[in-house]
Design a protein around this ligand. Structure first.
Ligand code: C2E
Ligand code: CA
Ligand code: CA
Ligand code: CA
Length: 279
């Protein structure tokens, strides 16, 4: 058994070496990806729960890897954050999402709310303000409402400087949505301190709200509390008709999830939104 234990250790350390090797390789490939602009945005529709009309899109980045194919963000965002590469990637995402929203307007789509995920690393850099100020000079945020989706961890590690930066960016007309809401542990106090306009109920609560009484109560409580603070609520990860009914009955404002649509390439999103427009 001692022998077995030793083998197992070797086995583990080989696994770890393999993981470390893969990471170093991904990191090198990610640098190339930035130079060669191997990223693409998919857009997931967010609908108005009452009317079913498309009210906005969430931009979700993918890496078009020359041999691995389309790589999901969960596989490279963390590395990008650790290495600072999230700064050029995040800048590109913001620019591209706004460029796309303007193109859709020219193609006859109704004004949209464009939600972009922003990492905490980006929020600790003053460059974010310049980036958004520049975008605002280009197209303004009157016809396209820019929503920055931030997670609680951004606020958790935040200083007074983060709060000031959020407010300065907010003055340009940008809105904030607190993503993965409910998964952290002091979400409520953040809503009071930071200029947040919306919350997104995490998929984990939505997916179990019909089977798990506690999740149902939590979803209900989040919606009521957010509304009493004057915030709009989006439910993410809505996959079934009964979840939709549950959320609508509790006055959830917006829905997002596979029931409505998976994230789509830009042109497929445009066609989807045209088919579901207001009026
Ligand atoms: P997120 O912001 O919570 O985004 C929602 C994720 O849930 C997306 O995964 C989306 O495809 C997936 N999803 C949407 N509806 C459903 C559903 O009904 N069922 C299920 N099972 N999943 C659903 P995706 O695109 O793989 O993104 C994963 C995460 O990567 C995002 O989670 C976000 O944290 C991060 N991410 C994506 N794009 C960016 C970006 O441009 N910048 C940064 N910093 N992070 C990003
Ligand atoms: Ca998000
Ligand atoms: Ca989320
Ligand atoms: Ca998430």
């Amino acid at each position: 058994s001692k022998q077995l234990g030793k083998n197992r250790c070797q086995f583990y350390s080989q696994d770890m070496q393999e993981a470390a090797r893969l990471r170093v390789q991904l990191e090198a490939e990610l640098r190339v990806a930035i130079e060669r602009r191997q990223f693409v945005l998919y857009y997931q529709p967010i609908i108005d729960a009452g009317s079913g009309c498309v009210s906005g899109a969430e931009a979700l980045v993918r890496w078009q890897h020359p041999s691995r194919g389309l790589v999901a963000p969960d596989e490279f965002i963390a590395i990008a954050e650790d290495t600072g590469m999230i700064l050029p990637i995040g800048a590109w995402v913001l620019d591209e999402a706004l460029r796309q929203a303007n193109e859709w307007l020219e193609q006859g789509l109704s004004p949209l709310r464009m939600a972009v995920n922003v990492s905490g690393v980006q929020f600790r850099e003053q460059g974010l303000l310049d980036l958004i100020a520049q975008a605002s000079r280009k197209s303004g945020f009157d016809r396209i409402e820019l929503v920055l989706e931030i997670t609680e961890s951004v606020l958790m590690q935040s200083s007074d400087a983060t709060e000031a930066l959020m407010r300065e960016i907010g003055q340009l007309g940008v809105r904030y949505s607190l993503d993965d809401f409910g998964t952290g542990y002091s979400s409520l106090s953040y809503l009071k301190r930071f200029p947040v306009d919306q919350v997104k109920i995490d998929r984990s609560f939505v997916s179990d709200c019909l089977e798990d009484k506690n999740d149902a109560l939590l979803v209900e409580a989040i919606i009521n509390m957010a509304h009493s603070l004057g915030l709009k609520v989006t439910a993410e990860g809505v996959e079934t008709e009964s979840q939709r009914e549950f959320l609508c009955a509790r006055n959830c404002d917006y829905l997002q999830g596979y029931l409505v649509s998976k994230p789509l390439p830009a042109d497929a999103f445009r066609l989807f939104a045209l088919g579901r427009r207001a009026g």
